[in-house]
Ligand binder design. Structure first.
Ligand SMILES: NC(=O)c1ccc[n+]([C@@H]2O[C@H](COP(=O)([O-])OP(=O)(O)OC[C@H]3O[C@@H](n4cnc5c(N)ncnc54)[C@H](OP(=O)(O)O)[C@@H]3O)[C@@H](O)[C@H]2O)c1
Length: 292
């Protein structure tokens, strides 16, 4: 029986590119691989991938070209010399960068007649190919619809966010921001508690209760306030939080714990209070955050 699944080239066989290739091979796609350091192709060739000597060799018989390397600059360096060879074909770029880099790459691809989707993988290599794995895409909606079945092989939650090629990177960075700030918030809390001599394990149950009972419910509440543009509160005003966060900043200094994060939040609270919004909720910090 003829294999009707699209033929794919994967450029870049780092941790992520190797995982993407593995998922494609398990799905039965004829997959050709290329990597700057050729040795990384060996285990994938053993699993059934075709080995390409160079980028031109990799793309010549592939309908879809998946690129996953370290930077957009590398993506451009790899694709530019083969632009005429891949004219009319599909490039799915899963390399991380900024929205402007994604838009620049898309503009270049459009000019070269290449059909381009920009994606952001919201997970680690071990999650590639799972039905619940989220991958964001930006670019032409008809191209996404045409390639959706293939994209779901890489991550079952393949979400098209819009025509703007930069949109996937915005969502990617937004979620990374959520990870970095919330995890650092936990670690800051742990640093304070560790001055009492308590191990992290002892503090963990309280951190969990606080997250579940207070922090998590405050996110949908805040989303509602942000969308309504209304920050009336009967819970806790910025005036109250202004006093409380000063206690935190002072205590960090007294205990010799880094005060960088609390001071950053204190500045936002002070900014809103000085603008006359002391009776607003914490969610009104959104207004301070969205203008640099
Ligand atoms: N790993 C993750 O958990 C994860 C999650 C989401 C998104 N991503 C994104 O996926 C992309 C790849 O990540 P990774 O984890 O696979 O990184 P990695 O293991 O460090 O692999 C980097 C890849 O880029 C290639 N490369 C770097 N510079 C190059 C150059 N000048 N010319 C040609 N190839 C070059 C490397 O080739 P060599 O093997 O020859 O060095 C390798 O294939 C990144 O943009 C990353 O942000 C990764």
């Amino acid at each position: 029986m003829t294999n009707t699944k699209p033929t794919v080239a994967v450029l870049g066989l780092g941790m992520m590119g190797a995982a993407l290739t593995g998922a494609l091979l398990r799905n039965g796609n004829t997959t050709t691989v290329w990597n700057r350091s050729a040795a990384k192709a060996e285990p994938l060739v053993a699993e059934g991938a075709n080995f390409a000597q160079d980028v031109s060799d990799a793309v010549k018989s592939s309908e879809v070209i998946v690129v996953c390397v370290s930077t957009y600059g590398v993506v451009k360096d790899l694709l530019e010399p083969v632009a005429s060879e891949i004219r009319g074909r599909v490039v799915v770029n899963l390399t991380s960068g900024t929205p402007e880099e994604a838009r620049g790459m898309s503009a270049w691809a459009v000019q070269a007649g290449i059909r381009y989707l920009d994606g952001a993988i919201m997970g680690v290599p071990q999650m590639i190919g799972l039905p619940e794995t989220l991958i964001f895409y930006g670019g032409p909606s008809d191209l996404f619809a045409e390639q959706e079945a293939l994209l779901k092989v890489l991550g079952g939650e393949a979400v098209h966010l819009g025509e703007d090629a930069g949109v996937a990177m915005i969502y990617d960075l937004a979620l990374l921001n959520l990870l970095w700030s919330s995890l650092t918030g936990y670690l800051q809390a742990q640093a304070l508690v560790s001055t009492t001599g308590a191990p992290a394990e002892a503090f963990l149950p309280f951190a969990k209760i606080w997250m579940e009972q207070v922090v998590m419910p405050s996110i949908p509440e805040s989303a509602g306030e942000v969308d309504a543009g209304s920050y009336v509160t009967d819970v806790s005003s910025l005036d109250v939080n202004k006093a409380a966060i000063k206690h935190l900043v002072d205590t960090c200094r007294e205990l010799g714990v880094d005060d960088g994060m609390p001071v950053a939040v204190q500045k936002l609270i002070d900014k809103r209070v000085s603008q006359g919004h002391g009776n607003h909720s914490l969610a009104s910090l959104f207004e301070a955050l969205r203008q640099n």
